[in-house]
Design a protein around this ligand. Structure first.
Ligand code: MBD
Ligand code: FE
Length: 298
């Protein structure tokens, strides 16, 4: 059985590469690598060549997400599994693989139409220490937990759940959130490793493919420093500091230069085998800046 092991990389389409360069480095602390191509920047969070590519093609949305499988056998088995399930995909050419700095990749789309890639063999630059874009107390928490998690647009939550189950993720509804209009939001969270969720959906209609990317610091002081910087720069905060009931991470959500959210976090617990659901968060996460798709009573 071939399963994805982690969310390994993201491509983001952006309109303001200069603003993104400053935000990624000075606010988040990521290492910005410019290889002189002109149309893109790479963001490092660890020893990988990159974890995020910023493509200056203007749509200010998710361009693609990359799910890792262990190696060539799993890569071949995944192709068989997708074919048997009738899910169309293409095998990336050598040029496409080297553009992503991987040994092999598949390109497909999830049921929400989000460009999805399955890859093995990332380029890891062990000779090049991670150099944060601003001073950091610790590191980004990546490794076997991958880059973090994304909340995606899915019009058909059941179809999305079946697709990500096929890839090897598990999960279900983790909240029943009563809404002011009488409906109950039932967001769906899925994991494939110790990270409590790597992908989630079911928060209702969304303008963009992605609502937020969550990433995690190893040190609480880095989250606090990021929060001070965000407040100092008067960046919109959509959800104030608080602790989620499911991953129990201390997080806040602020706008990025593309007008969607980055969720800065620390201290998440690991995924558990047993499903649970919650009716609210532990504390905090008050709504502040409206219009980012997070105007929900967490
Ligand atoms: C999350 O990471 C999240 O983004 C939401 C909306 C709820 C629980 C955990
Ligand atoms: Fe989140």
């Amino acid at each position: 059985m071939s399963v994805v092991t982690e969310l390994g990389y993201l491509g983001l389409s952006v309109s303001d590469l200069a603003a993104w360069r400053a935000y990624a480095a000075e606010v988040a602390g990521m290492e910005v690598v410019d290889e002189g191509e002109g149309d893109r920047l790479y963001l490092r969070m660890d020893l990988w060549h990159h974890r995020i590519v910023l493509h200056a093609d203007g749509s200010d949305d998710l361009a693609y997400m990359g799910w890792r499988v262990a190696g060539p056998q799993e890569f071949a088995a995944m192709q068989e599994k997708l074919s048997a399930a009738g899910i169309p995909f293409t095998v990336g050419s050598e040029v496409e693989a080297s553009e992503r700095r991987v040994l092999g990749l598949l390109k497909l789309a999830d049921p929400g139409g989000n460009p999805t890639e399955i890859f093995f063999g990332p380029q890891v630059d062990t000779h090049k220490p991670f150099h944060p874009g601003r001073p950091m107390f610790g590191k980004f928490l990546t490794g076997s937990q991958g880059i973090g998690h994304c909340i995606l647009r899915q019009d058909d939550v059941e179809a999305a759940a079946r697709f990500y189950e096929l890839l090897g993720l598990r999960g279900s509804v983790e909240y029943h959130l009563p809404l002011p209009n009488g409906m109950v939001a039932q967001p769906y969270f899925m994991h494939c490793n110790d990270r409590q969720h790597s992908v989630a959906f079911g928060l209702g209609p969304m303008e963009k493919r992605i609502n937020h990317l969550m990433f995690e610091y190893t040190d609480l002081d880095d989250l606090g420093m990021a929060h001070d910087i965000v407040r100092g720069k008067k960046i919109d905060v959509a959800l104030q500091l608080g602790k989620h009931a499911n991953d129990q991470a201390l997080t806040f959500y602020c706008a990025n230069p593309s007008g969607w959210l980055w969720e800065f976090g620390w201290g998440a617990r690991h995924s558990t085998g047993q499903q649970e659901y919650y009716t609210r968060d532990i504390f905090g996460h008050g709504n502040e800046a409206a219009g980012y798709g997070m105007d929900i009573p967490l």
